[in-house]
Ligand binder design. Structure first.
Ligand code: 3JM
Length: 340
């Protein structure tokens, strides 16, 4: 296979570090590897697969000779992705900057790989909560179209990056030692007001929109319709930050057009790549964020009839937000490009 000259933008963050782990684990066929970040991290040394790399500041000139640029997320995408495309690279972008652009494919490789080849330089990686939900929806949708989805999320602090995870750890330490709890990051780092997450729940992820939904809720709604290529599907969402370190969980209620039995749903989910059914109430077996942390697969359980409506199912899904919800999904897109 041809070696892929690869740049990672935001290499020092939580998603950037996961990119490195996955590149090694999955034997991604990289040629040159360029480690890029903001000026704050420039000059840092990173040891990777027996070689020392120096982190460089991302500039418009960072992408000469690069085949694939993996953007970990954040504001760098809007600023530098166009320059990367101009230099001839294919950008795989984990931020929300380009996801709803009709020219930009929004891809989960198990769900809509056919969209990848339509790119014009940028391919968007969906929001973490969207990816984890559509992994479970797709095999069910193949049995019956979906009328309406009601989803509530239980999102780990890793969604706020390394700083989010540090904040929960520090607050747990402060609680255990009787110190005053400091809140500096959550719910939204860039806003002035912050709340404690340890021993708490915050029903706000990202900023509020005019319609009283948060931006995270609207991402889930809009992105799911785009990925599943069904703009008629009705979706409503409530997204909540919980004091969990890494994996997201979601309670999903789906109304289908046609009847789907629990057995059919389970069989379809079991066959779907990247999904594991963990569902045995008799043995108290169900997905838990602690167990899916650091793992590739999305786990589904608590599959049962919603007997309050016709053709309804409830289920519970857990997935590692930094892996399948971010770096793994993006690297799978890169692998698809390398292969085709
Ligand atoms: C997850 O710098 C930023 O505004 C990043 C905001 C952000 C996003 C986003 O909107 O790109 C933080 C955490 C996401 C996301 O995946 O949608």
């Amino acid at each position: 296979m041809k070696k892929i000259n690869t740049a990672i933008v935001g290499v020092t963050g939580a998603v950037g570090q996961e990119f490195l782990k996955l590149i090694e684990e999955r034997n991604f066929p990289f040629g040159e590897l360029r480690m890029l970040a903001s000026s704050r991290s420039a000059g840092k040394k990173i040891n990777f697969m027996g070689k020392e790399y120096t982190v460089e500041e991302t500039t418009e000139n960072s992408f000469d000779g690069i085949d694939i640029a993996l953007f970990a997320g954040g504001s760098a995408s809007k600023i530098f992705a166009p320059a990367a495309v101009k230099a001839g690279a294919i950008v795989i972008d984990n931020s929300s900057a380009f996801r709803m652009d009709p020219e930009v494919p929004l891809v989960v490789p198990e769900v809509n790989p056919e969209a990848i080849s339509k790119h014009k330089g940028i391919i968007a990686n969906p929001n973490c909560s969207t990816i984890i939900m559509v992994m479970a929806l797709k095999p069910l949708y193949e049995i019956s179209k979906i009328r309406r989805i009601v989803v509530s999320t239980y999102q780990a602090v890793s969604g706020a990056g390394r700083e989010g995870m540090d904040e929960l750890k520090n607050q747990l330490d402060e609680l255990a030692t009787g110190k005053d709890v400091q809140a500096k990051i959550l719910p939204v780092a860039s806003l002035d007001k912050h709340y404690q997450i340890a021993s708490n729940l915050l029903p706000q992820i990202d900023i509020f929109m005019d319609n009283l939904y948060t931006k995270e809720e609207m991402k889930m709604i809009d992105e799911t319709k785009k990925i599943m290529d069904d703009r008629e599907m009705k979706i409503t969402a409530t997204t909540v930050r919980v004091p969990v370190f890494r994996s997201h969980a979601e309670s999903v209620n789906v109304e289908f057009e046609n009847e789907i039995s629990v057995e059919e749903a389970r069989a379809a989910l079991e066959k779907f790549p990247g999904v594991i059914v963990r569902d045995n109430p008799g043995e108290m077996i169900y997905p838990q964020p602690l167990e899916t942390s650091g793992k590739d697969d999305v786990e589904v359980g608590r599959i049962r009839k919603d007997f309050s409506i016709e053709h309804g199912l409830n289920f519970w899904v857990c997935g590692d937000q930094i892996r399948k919800g971010a770096a793994l999904n993006a690297l799978q897109i890169a692998e698809y490009i390398a292969k085709h």
